[in-house]
Design a protein around this ligand. Structure first.
Ligand SMILES: *[C@@H]1O[C@H](CO)[C@@H](O)[C@H](O)[C@H]1NC(C)=O
Ligand SMILES: *[C@@H]1O[C@H](CO)[C@@H](O)[C@H](O)[C@H]1NC(C)=O
Ligand SMILES: *[C@@H]1O[C@H](CO)[C@@H](O)[C@H](O)[C@H]1NC(C)=O
Ligand SMILES: *[C@@H]1O[C@H](CO)[C@@H](O)[C@H](O)[C@H]1NC(C)=O
Ligand SMILES: *[C@@H]1O[C@H](CO)[C@@H](O)[C@H](O)[C@H]1NC(C)=O
Ligand SMILES: [Zn+2]
Length: 947
């Protein structure tokens, strides 16, 4: 699955770093029971029928049984169309699903009990058979009904090591409303004017099982290492199509109502990858060599060609991976389906990849050109999982980074191969490095590979799907690839995939094969030793280079400078100067270590971490900083593009951690008045965002806005010919930067920008439905026009939101509605989030998030969240907290947060509240210490401008 779950692109832009990590050193792990699994004795024989209610020994399944195959029947009784009969008051619909499964397994250790997982299912009719003798073993089913989700089948006779057995169970459950297990999704098909017609509503059923929801679908050994093959049959309504992981073997009509679709056997895989859908969707086909690729969506969307873009790149991406991994995709078909509802935004089920429709569909002339980038990245991410994750899977969820870090890392190459004009490689640094840096600088972060014992409950497992696993995982792999060279790295991962095909691994297995490739290349680096600190420790280092003495040392980079740390890393340092080309040295110890190379003899500057290939920050002595900033202001092109962005990012973050003066950080933005490139601007905008959040409720706001207007004016004018005519430049990074220019200019009150936004929006309002605003610019212009406008603009946008059938347009409008400065409109909008007819549940959290990020809406959103926590948190409690607490910087706000944590049932969001509390403490202190300096600096920079 991709990172930034449940968040559409429009929202992703304003979403700086949502820090949600469940595990971490400070949180006590709930390990309920301990058991020595190596114990040779079988589980004690229960009295039969059992009288005790003894709890199972650990949260993990015993390793006595090894599943080999499942034969499963599923029958969702759902109707896709609701038929309203005259006399029936409630809709004619049913959410029941029934089924049965037979799992064949091998016994490796004597046992009197079969433990497997099951949640929210009614399980009956157990039948245990000795497959070798065909004898039946008397058994009874017992639910533990606790957090383990264990279903115990207690046996009258021992299962013996070496024997083969099978277990049949019938089950029934309910199709979920909450996007988990087998869930319901609805949409409206047909003419939008019939929106109110219940006959236009359509239902479908789809599964979403990662990480621990397979157990909601059928009783199973629901752990990633318990791989098996699956023979699946779906019994579904006659007028629907059933899709599964594997190709259809046979689909027959069995009576007036039902159809039976039997699928070929799946590859050997983990339970969380199982998937099926039952819907009326249609598809577009784009076969590639042996693989039949079909992209499914609402019939209307298919007919309108919205799946065309996705369909056109999928085969190319698959082919790219097949070539670099030298292993063919395992199946004869690959289905992708654009679901009206799904959280996260996509899931890599083997052979049946599911997507939130807005993230897969593209509408020519309506969707932003930049949306193609997101679609390509997402498909590339999910397809990379067909190898990293599906074919070779992490042993346990504590190392989900082996799935997610790799998928994130590889997707970058795939997109670059398929869409070179996207220039994705540079953006990769922005996307991942900064997000990882942000989260990993907190004392509450966690290592890429924490001990397996620390990750046991579903909440702990879900918590592993965070920026560390995705972004740090990818960045650390990129660093290793840079150190050993891409050729060696790729050779290593090819060997690794071949060796572990169909199996499970941990990070040592990966290092072994990179080592093999390295050895074959006659290099001598010890990969496991180099990588150990990066995977087994949390955090990352900042190195300090003193160009006066040539001395260099490292320490852990933490925002909270009062936390003591003695961690150290093995750091590859690429560097250059204004008189010499790039070279590399290593820092193995804490230091200081002296390097002649780093002594500046004639006042030249030295720059380290060229192109940001290393996962660390760099600090310098004052003189060197000064020389680097002077270089930026005189001719920034002497500094590589990525480093122009990184210097700004490092300066701001070092200042935040009190390792550098805040004025030096602010000085690092001076060169922007002449800078036209995206990366440095984006980096500065993200960093200044913190200043905006801390100060936009204070007297700093005036001079701060004046400074930003002054800096952005050049950039705004650079794109002005495009913007005024509502057109866009050719290349993607300029397109991104044009949007930045408008955003910064308008939100800081550059009059020509606001006029432009109002004019373009008014033209649309007065035009009888012809919208001439370029799709790229819509999101920004809608937001700025709503912000500058009043009731008329807001209501126009709201009506457009209601009537639009296009998901990305809907998202843009939904975001724009949160931009208003009118309190009463924001209040009305908050109320609307309680009505699923107005705002779908899956959109509630991101909507309130945006309102909470608006300076005018923050306090309203905070009250609202507390008043309606139970409902609104369903859509993503962590996101709500992150949005609303982002400005918290007073003692009062801190106390409110603490009270909130104590009084509310926060579930998975508890951790986010802890992080928010930690962040608020940091903010309070930061504001206290920096407010005067920052105010003076902005006033000094703008002494000659009006504000
Ligand atoms: C509907 O109600 C009418 C009048 O009460 C009755 O005559 C008819 O049989 C009902 N139809 C069904 C299908 O129940
Ligand atoms: C629902 O509608 C179907 C199809 O018209 C019908 O066969 C079924 O009996 C109805 N069920 C209920 C509970 O009304
Ligand atoms: C399992 O379910 C399928 C489909 O409903 C049914 O045909 C089959 O008889 C069931 N198996 C057993 C053993 O009940
Ligand atoms: C840094 O990146 C640029 C642009 O991608 C590239 O041209 C340059 O060779 C890279 N420098 C090093 C030292 O790898
Ligand atoms: C660099 O070294 C000089 C000379 O020893 C010292 O005065 C200065 O404080 C050092 N700067 C840093 C940032 O370590
Ligand atoms: Zn993923």
């Amino acid at each position: 699955m991709p990172f930034q779950t449940g968040m559409s692109k429009v929202f992703a832009g304003i979403f700086v770093a949502l820090t949600v990590s469940i595990i971490g050193g400070t949180i006590a792990m709930v390990i309920l029971y301990k058991m020595d699994l190596s114990e040779a004795n079988p589980t004690p024989r229960p009295t039969f029928p059992p009288t005790t209610t003894e709890l199972p020994p650990v949260m993990r399944l015993p390793k006595s049984l090894v599943p080999e195959s499942y034969t499963i029947f599923f029958q969702p009784h759902l109707y896709t169309r609701i038929i309203e009969e005259v006399n029936v008051t409630s809709p004619n619909q049913t959410f029941l699903f029934t089924g049965n499964s037979t799992v064949h397994f091998h016994c490796v250790q004597n046992t009197f009990s079969i433990y497997l997982h099951s949640r929210d299912l009614t399980v009956s009719d157990p039948l245990v058979r000795n497959e070798d003798t065909n004898e039946r073993i008397r058994s009874i089913v017992k639910h533990h009904g606790d957090e383990t989700d264990f279903l115990e089948v207690q046996l009258d006779d021992v299962l013996e090591a070496g024997g083969n057995y099978s277990l049949f169970l019938a089950f029934r459950g309910e199709i979920s409303d909450y996007l988990e297990g087998l869930f319901l999704s609805t949409y409206v098909e047909g003419n939008p004017e019939y929106e109110d017609d219940p006959n236009a509503e359509r239902c479908l059923a789809a599964t979403n099982l990662q990480p621990t929801d397979a157990r909601r679908l059928f009783p199973c050994f629901d752990e990633p290492e318990m791989k098996a093959v699956f023979y699946v049959t779906i019994i579904h309504r006659r007028d629907t199509t059933a899709l599964g992981n594997a190709a259809v073997q046979e689909s027959v009509i069995i009576d007036d109502e039902w159809k039976r679709t039997r699928f070929h056997v799946t590859p050997r895989m983990s339970t969380y990858l199982l998937a099926f859908t039952v819907s009326e969707f249609t598809s577009v086909e784009s076969s590639y060599e042996r693989v039949k690729i079909k992209t499914y969506a609402r019939p209307e969307a298919i007919a309108a060609g919205h799946a065309q873009y996705a369909s056109s790149i999928t085969g190319k991406i698959l082919s790219f991976y097949e070539k670099i991994f030298e292993i063919n995709y395992e199946q004869s078909k690959l289905d992708q389906i654009a679901l009206p509802d799904l959280n996260p935004s996509a899931m890599e089920n083997w052979g049946l990849v599911t997507y939130q429709q807005g993230d897969l569909l593209y509408q020519e002339g309506v969707s932003s050109l930049l949306h193609k980038e997101e679609i390509a990245k997402l498909i590339a991410h999910e397809l990379a999982h067909q190898w990293f994750g599906n074919l070779v899977t992490m042993k346990w969820w504590n190392e989900v980074w082996l799935n997610e870090g790799f998928a994130t890392y590889m997707s970058d190459f795939a997109v670059n191969a398929v869409e070179p004009a996207f220039n994705i490689k540079d953006l990769f640094v922005m996307d991942n490095l900064h997000i990882a840096f942000e989260e990993d600088a907190l004392a509450s972060s966690h290592p890429l590979s924490p001990p397996a014992e620390d990750v046991q409950t579903t909440a702990e497992i879900t918590g592993m799907f965070d920026a560390i696993s995705y972004s740090k995982g990818a960045i650390v792999l990129r660093m290793l690839a840079d150190v050993v060279g891409e050729t060696v790295f790729n050779k290593g991962i090819k060997m690794y995939l071949k060796a572990f095909k169909g199996e499970n691994t941990d990070h040592n297995n990966l290092w072994d094969f990179i080592q093999k490739a390295e050895d074959e290349n006659r290099e001598t680096k010890n990969i496991a030793e180099l990588m150990h600190p990066w995977t087994n420790q949390m955090g990352y280092p900042v190195i300090t280079i003193n160009t006066t003495t040539g001395e260099i040392y490292q320490k852990q980079f933490l925002f909270n400078h009062s936390v003591e740390s003695s961690l150290s890393w093995k750091i590859p340092i690429n560097y250059m100067s204004n008189v010499s080309a790039s070279a590399r040295v290593w820092l193995y110890a804490t230091g200081p270590v002296k390097y002649e190379e780093f002594i500046s003899n004639k006042g030249e500057w030295i720059l380290a971490n060229i192109n940001c290939t290393g996962y660390y920050r760099v600090n310098y002595n004052q003189e060197n900083w000064q020389r680097l900033l002077t270089q930026l202001e005189t001719n920034q092109h002497r500094i590589p593009l990525m480093n122009r962005g990184q210097l700004v990012d490092d300066a701001f973050n070092l200042a935040r951690a009190k390792l550098l003066d805040v004025t030096l950080a602010l000085n690092s933005t001076r060169f922007l008045s002449k800078e036209k490139e995206y990366l440095p601007w984006e980096s500065a905008i993200r960093n200044l965002k913190y200043f905006v959040l801390m100060f936009d409720r204070t007297e700093v706001n005036g001079p701060m806005q004046a400074y930003l207007r002054k800096q952005v004016k050049g950039l705004y004018n650079y794109f002005r010919n495009y913007t005024d005519n509502s057109t866009v430049p050719e290349d993607h990074s300029s397109q991104h930067n044009q949007i930045n220019a408008i955003q910064v200019a308008c939100s800081n009150g550059l009059p020509e920008c606001i006029e432009m936004a109002q004019k373009q929006f008014a033209d649309w309002m007065n035009s009888n439905n012809t919208n001439n605003i370029h799709p790229n610019l819509r999101s920004t212009i809608y937001c700025q026009a709503v912000a500058a406008g009043g009731k008329k603009e807001w209501e126009f946008a709201w009506n457009k939101y209601l009537s639009s059938r296009d998901t990305s347009e809907k998202d843009q409008l939904r975001h724009a509605l949160s931009c208003t400065r009118k309190i009463w409109l924001l209040n009305r909008y908050l109320e609307y989030t309680l009505d699923p007819e107005k705002i779908r549940l899956m959109d509630v959290a991101s909507t309130i998030f945006s309102i909470g990020r608006n300076v005018a809406g923050q306090a309203l959103a905070w009250n609202f969240i507390r008043a309606h926590w139970e409902y609104v948190s369903q859509g993503g409690g962590s996101l709500l907290i992150a949005g609303v607490s982002s400005r918290f910087s007073t003692q009062f706000e801190l106390e409110e947060l603490e009270r909130f944590q104590a009084d509310y049932d926060l579930g998975a969001a508890y951790r986010t509240v802890s992080l928010a509390i930690e962040q608020t403490c940091v903010n309070i202190q930061w504001v206290r210490e920096n407010r005067d300096t920052v105010l003076q600096w902005f006033e000094g920079e703008t002494a000659t401008v009006e504000w």
